[in-house]
Ligand binder design. Structure first.
Ligand code: IPE
Ligand code: IPE
Ligand code: MG
Length: 231
């Protein structure tokens, strides 16, 4: 199997998974955390260096208040619960997104877990919270504008612009997986996915475990990446 350096996942289908069982949507989010653990374990085992997960989009703030607060609570609890897993497996934990919209207590917790796992050198796990691709490009453009005021005439090429994005220092994903049968980007990594391979899985996120993950990687292995050139 051809193992990518960076696999990104749009974890979708928690609500439908719960609905199929006659349960509340939040139940699907709870079960989804187990899939995150499974993906993390497989990634460490298979030697993937970066795993990024779309956990909460800027648009998701528009969901009912109870679901939003349930998700925030789940995020906080899961981070604390998994801290020992991160430390035992050399995982560096990173949260990226519009953190100004998260509560002070959640931000403090995120800072703490990020600092404690900063030395993790096996795998970097990135959780995108309150993230949107358009927001990322806009905040990058703002940083660039400030930089140009301080350094008039500075040349900024494509690679230079990438440094203003919140993903600075993280390689672009070679593979993006979206679960639950939806085939869209939903305002995720717009700039960073310029040459990413997309694999769409019909499996709902709470059921996405080793077998489904392996199948996605096998599909990726068969792809012929040409980057616009002739082979
Ligand atoms: C993905 O599952 C999790 C988040 C977006 C937070 P959904 O909650 O979108 O589940 P569906 O798409 O309604 O089934
Ligand atoms: C995308 O899923 C966001 C996350 C998985 C965090 P959504 O379920 O919110 O996206 P749409 O509404 O189907 O585009
Ligand atoms: Mg969804």
């Amino acid at each position: 199997m051809n193992i990518p350096q960076h696999v990104s996942i749009i974890m979708d289908g928690n609500g439908r998974w719960a609905k199929e069982r006659g349960k509340d949507r939040i139940y699907g989010h709870f079960e989804g955390v187990e899939s995150v653990r499974s993906v993390l374990e497989c990634s460490v085992k298979w030697g993937i260096r970066y795993v990024s997960l779309y956990a909460f989009s800027e648009e998701n703030w528009g969901r009912p208040e109870a679901e939003v607060s349930g998700l925030m609570e789940l995020m906080a609890k899961s981070m604390v619960k998994e801290l020992s897993t991160f430390l035992d497996n050399g995982v560096r934990f990173v949260v990226l997104g519009n953190r100004a919209r998260l509560s002070d207590s959640l931000n403090a917790l995120i800072d703490d877990i990020m600092a404690r796992t900063a030395g993790g050198d096996k795998l970097t796990m990135i959780v995108f919270m309150s993230y949107s691709g358009k927001w990322d490009i806009l905040q990058a453009a703002r940083k660039m504008a400030h930089d140009l005021i301080e350094n008039p005439g500075k040349e900024i090429g494509i690679d230079d612009f990438s440094h203003y994005l919140v993903t600075d220092g993280i390689p672009d994903p070679e593979l993006l997986i979206r679960t639950s049968g939806e085939e869209r980007l939903s305002n995720y990594l717009l700039w960073q996915c310029a040459y990413t391979e997309f694999v769409f899985s019909d499996v709902l996120w709470p059921d996405f475990r080793e077998e489904a993950f392996r199948a996605a990687l096998e599909e990726y292995s068969k792809r012929d990446r040409r980057f616009g050139k002739v082979k």
